[in-house]
Ligand binder design. Structure first.
Ligand code: BES
Ligand code: ZN
Ligand code: ZN
Length: 494
């Protein structure tokens, strides 16, 4: 979507009119340039109470003398918040049909700056669909949407800046969605690494390094190797370093990147197994965050680490009962090969803490079904060894409408995970309960210390938020690109 911001004068294509609940006519500010016929039609509809502009509502009108309009309900002005505005913006795109064409003029008036910006952001984020694999006729290619946003003259500058940032960040969100939606026969660890290297070629301030399967073996990354060795598509670790010439310590983002999770020898049941192509969304968010930062012109150092592997059952796969030695030196008894995310992350976290000079580490992972049981699709689980970092992530999530909900790191969970008869740790809790907490407690053991204190670290379990939330109005279907915006906001404050 191309967006231009101007003051209220021109109207191009279809008029989009966001309205506060119970508006009885178009405001004077918003009516400049609207054809008389269309304007009186809109006023008639409003004064008759045929469109009440309740939150989530939309109505399409066509003037008899030409000119089309989409009315968008914003709900009560006093109840307005940023997320409601994003959703109202998204409604423009979901209610648009072919007849509205590819040029829209959105009139935003009588609204405070940040609400206007959120409306535009919602439009941008909802204008995404994944159709790379649909065969198209040549004349079927739909043109990019062109959106003219108009508002009061005094607000154009602020809105234009906010729109530019939202567009840049959306490139990162869309990259994460593209990666998440990609089919697992085409998106395997090496394919991800190739895409990362290709992206780095387009930005002088971005360096991508790949730790290959052979190197991972030599380095003793038994977690990554153990999970990935059963697949013909071998595992790797991909490291993004943005603005590496700046001195650290810097934020480091670590992602679980299981390009397909069959469960391995502890194989999963077949219903919905196809959804395990999304099991790399942690790494999709990592890549997407780097893209968002690069595209919005961030000049400080930020590091991303993606732990890529395909979890397959085969003659070469690891078994339940195996004991592996992770990069940290700690041994793990693998009691269930389907608890693989924590194994690849154990190496990613240790490598990040010991080699990449983090100010803090945040990992993201579609780690446990238990997290979906706990929080549904409404929030990611958030664990941290640092109260300040936890608070900042929670606030950044709230600011972006991507909720991250605090969960506990009780000592008992850690104890449960170190209670192996033959190794230092085990990858499975003792019972069924609290599975997302025991998983987090497992990860915590692989966060190194610096100056006698464990590095500030947070873990986001995105199993419920990476895809599948019917309530996420900013996504049509498939991968959500969750937390690219949260992390961009956390890191940049923008
Ligand atoms: N990728 C899954 C977690 C998952 C399941 C995410 C469903 C989203 C939806 C993970 O690797 C896994 O299989 N975890 C197991 C852990 C268990 C064996 C301790 C789980 O959640 O059942
Ligand atoms: Zn699994
Ligand atoms: Zn998994």
């Amino acid at each position: 979507m191309k967006v231009n911001v101007e003051s209220n004068e021109n109207i191009l294509g279809t008029l989009v009119l966001p309205l506060w609940q119970d508006s009885e006519s178009i405001s004077e500010n918003a009516s400049a340039g609207i054809h008389r016929d269309l304007r009186s039609q809109i006023d008639n509809v409003l004064s008759a109470g045929d469109f009440k502009a309740k939150s989530g509502s939309a109505m399409t009108l066509a003037g008899t003398q030409g000119g089309k309009a989409i009315l968008i309900g914003l709900g009560k002005k006093d109840d307005a918040d940023n997320q409601a505005m994003r959703e109202a913006g998204a409604k423009v795109i979901s209610s648009r049909t072919k007849m509205h064409g590819t040029i829209l003029s959105v009139r935003l008036n009588d609204m405070e700056d940040s609400l206007m910006a959120s409306f535009v952001e919602g439009m941008i984020l909802r204008d995404y669909s994944y159709d790379h694999y649909k065969t198209k006729e040549e004349d079927e290619e739909e043109a990019e949407l062109e959106v003219l946003v108009t508002c009061e003259e005094s607000k154009t500058k602020v809105l234009s800046n906010a729109t530019n940032i939202a567009s840049a960040v959306a490139k990162g969100v869309f990259r994460a969605r593209d990666l998440g939606n990609a089919p697992p026969n085409d998106l395997y660890p090496q394919a991800y690494a190739r895409l990362a290297m290709e992206y780095a070629e387009t930005h002088d301030n971005l360096e991508v390094t790949v730790i290959s399967y052979e190197q991972a073996i030599d380095m003793g990354m038994g977690g990554l190797v153990g999970v990935g060795m059963g697949s013909s598509r071998k595992p790797c670790m991909v490291i993004f370093e943005l603005n590496g010439d700046k001195k650290g310590p810097s934020p480091c983002i670590v992602g679980k990147g299981i390009t397909f999770d069959t469960g391995g020898i502890s194989i999963k049941p077949s219903p919905s197994m196809d959804e395990m192509k999304y099991d790399m969304h942690g790494s999709a968010t990592t890549f997407g965050t780097i893209v968002a930062l690069a595209e919005s012109g961030w000049t400080e150092r930020v590091v991303g680490v993606s732990c890529m592997a395909e979890n397959m059952p085969s003659a070469n796969a690891q078994r339940p009962g195996d004991v592996i030695k992770t990069y940290s030196g700690k041994t793990v008894e693998v009691l269930n090969t389907d608890a693989e995310g924590r194994l690849v992350l154990s190496d990613g976290l240790w490598y990040t803490g010991t080699h990449l000079n983090p100010s803090y580490i945040i990992d993201l992972a579609t780690l446990t079904g238990a997290c979906v049981v706990a929080l549904g699709h409404e929030a990611s689980g958030l664990w941290s060894n640092d109260d300040d970092l936890l608070k900042r992530i929670k606030e950044a999530g709230e600011h972006c409408g991507e909720i991250a909900w605090p969960m506990p790191l009780f000592k008992a969970f850690e104890k449960e995970m170190t209670d192996s008869k033959i190794a230092d740790t085990r990858n499975l809790g003792a019972g069924r309960w609290g599975g997302s907490n025991t998983a987090a407690a497992f990860l915590k053991q692989f966060v190194p210390e610096k100056d006698g204190k464990q590095i500030p670290w947070a873990h986001l379990d995105i199993a419920g938020t990476a895809w599948g939330a019917k309530t996420n109005k900013l996504v049509k279907n498939g991968a959500t690109g969750i937390h690219v915006r949260t992390l961009h906001h956390l890191i940049t404050g923008q």
